[in-house]
Design a protein around this ligand. Structure first.
Ligand code: ADP
Ligand code: MG
Length: 467
């Protein structure tokens, strides 16, 4: 039996207000975070959309927020979009009791927001831009804020809000509790956690594994010695490509070999310095190099849109690795091709890996033409059909796509539908035909206050010596 909201420590007025809405049983992320947050701990929560993150932070906020003086809110919820801020405010108000919940976001007049702030707002839900304006104009002061929530931190990063978020957090109380929620916890989000959370308890719900069902998956039988030639042809056909190798050494060698076949490449692995990696990623994102040759570990930092193909030069070690690598393409609603170069002695292992993912593609001869059909060159995804026997069945981690439609355009529907449910400004792809790139952590963070504790710091730097 999962605990009830009352058992998690939610006060009666919240429990009964939620019950009136038919909300009686905590969702997983709520069961995981509410007690820790009520105890005052920093929380770092990863959970997919729709998993109930608003209540996960909302219940502890409402339960423990102090009473605000004019212009000096006590709790701050930062959200990337106006729509989201409105949703959060609406949801919080259903069980906020006497706590005053209000919003600050752009695109509407200042009058109402300024009036509320003057009367006093206990919990302010805000988008970074308008909040900075209101601060500058003297209507808000964040010094009494001792509870902060950063909601949808990954989207915040995608939209370029991280510098503003940092500036805002720097103005809040040094004795604050900081909760961060996001669908992913890597890249810029990890940096925020490291710099602004203090010994956070981390709760992760759902499968972090990326959705690769928008990509076309092909498996080519290739002799070991032919792999570089085939890889070069695939890159030529697909445009920008991430090539995965097992070892650092392998990466360097393959990058060199591809280079000698006229492909502009950059290597990305743990043996390269931070500045070399940063440059490699930047050149790839800018289209100056066609292929990024990477190890699995380095690949976690690749968040570039418009990658036409992923090539598993060395077959992935297991299905999770396959999905993580493959998730570098077909992002943000665009298509992409995933190519595995399979050597004859790897077939058995590969079949077993495919079964774990619900993929059933045959291992075929090399067919570079198929890539031209499928890869989104120059960011424009092809809408043409793809050979039925190559259609992915949809991985088991994504039941919504379990019945894979036959054509590419049909197959793209699920993600299009998911987008349609959100307002335009919230679509991840709405401004991302351009390639976006997550900046790696800046080296010197000491000017930022917050958790510099060694535990969270060292965690972020764990790295396999091989990769
Ligand atoms: P997320 O922020 O993770 O995307 P939300 O917090 O917006 O998800 O919650 C999604 C929906 O689920 C909302 O309509 C919310 O009211 C509802 N919900 C949240 N928690 C519960 C619960 N414990 N029981 C029933 N419905 C819930
Ligand atoms: Mg939410």
């Amino acid at each position: 039996m999962p605990p009830t909201f009352a058992q998690l420590g939610a006060p009666d007025f919240i429990v009964s207000a939620l019950a009136q809405r038919g909300i009686n049983q905590p969702f997983a992320i709520q069961a995981a975070t509410v007690a820790d947050a009520l105890a005052g701990r920093d929380v770092c929560g990863r959970a997919p959309t729709g998993s109930g993150k608003t209540l996960a932070f909302g219940i502890p906020l409402v339960a423990s927020v102090g009473s605000a003086q004019p212009h000096k809110p006590r709790a701050l919820v930062l959200a990337p979009t106006r729509e989201l801020a409105d949703q959060i405010m609406t949801e919080l108000r259903t069980f906020a009791g006497k706590r005053r919940v209000s919003v600050a976001y752009g695109g509407v007049g200042y009058g109402g927001q300024i009036g509320s702030l003057r009367r006093g707002v206990d919990i302010l839900v805000a988008c970074p831009g308008r909040l900075e304006d209101l601060i500058e104009q003297g209507h808000v002061n964040l010094s009494a804020v001792d509870k902060v929530v950063i909601d949808e931190a990954d989207r915040m990063a995608d939209m370029g809000f991280i510098p503003a978020v940092r500036r805002l957090l720097d103005q809040t109380s040094t004795k604050r509790q900081t909760m961060l929620f996001s669908a992913t916890l890597d890249g810029d989000v990890a940096t925020l956690t490291r710099d602004y959370q203090s010994d956070p308890v981390r709760h992760e719900v759902g499968d972090e594994i990326p959705d690769v069902s928008a990509a076309d998956h092909v498996f080519w039988s290739v002799a070991r010695t032919d792999r570089t030639d085939v890889c070069a042809e695939a890159i030529d056909a697909a445009g920008s490509t991430v090539v995965f190798c097992r070892t650092r050494h392998g990466c360097d060698r393959v990058a060199r070999q591809l280079h000698s076949r006229g492909i502009r490449t950059a290597a990305l692995h743990g043996g390269r310095s931070q500045s070399q990696r940063t440059r490699a990623l930047a050149e790839f994102a800018a289209g100056k190099v066609q292929a990024l040759v990477a190890t699995d570990v380095a690949a976690r930092g690749i968040h570039v849109e418009g990658v036409g193909a992923v090539v598993h030069y060395d077959v992935a070690a297991d299905h999770k690795t396959y999905l993580h690598r493959s998730g570098r393409t077909a992002r943000a609603g665009l298509g992409g091709v995933v190519v595995s170069l399979v050597q004859p002695e790897q077939v058995k292992e590969l079949k077993s890996m495919q079964r774990k993912m619900g993929l059933q593609q045959p291992i075929t001869e090399v067919d570079v033409a198929a890539i031209r059909t499928a890869a989104p060159r120059n960011g424009s995804a092809s809408a043409r059909g793809f050979a039925t026997d190559s259609s992915p069945r949809g991985s088991k981690t994504h039941n919504a796509n379990a019945d894979a439609p036959q054509s590419r355009s049909e197959r793209r529907k699920p993600s299009a539908d998911a987008n349609r449910q959100r307002p335009d400004s919230q679509r991840p792809g709405s401004q991302s035909r351009r390639r976006t790139l997550e900046r790696p952590a800046a080296k010197n963070q000491s000017r930022h206050r917050g958790s510099n504790n060694n535990r969270s710091r060292s965690k972020g730097h764990q790295r396999s010596p091989q990769r």
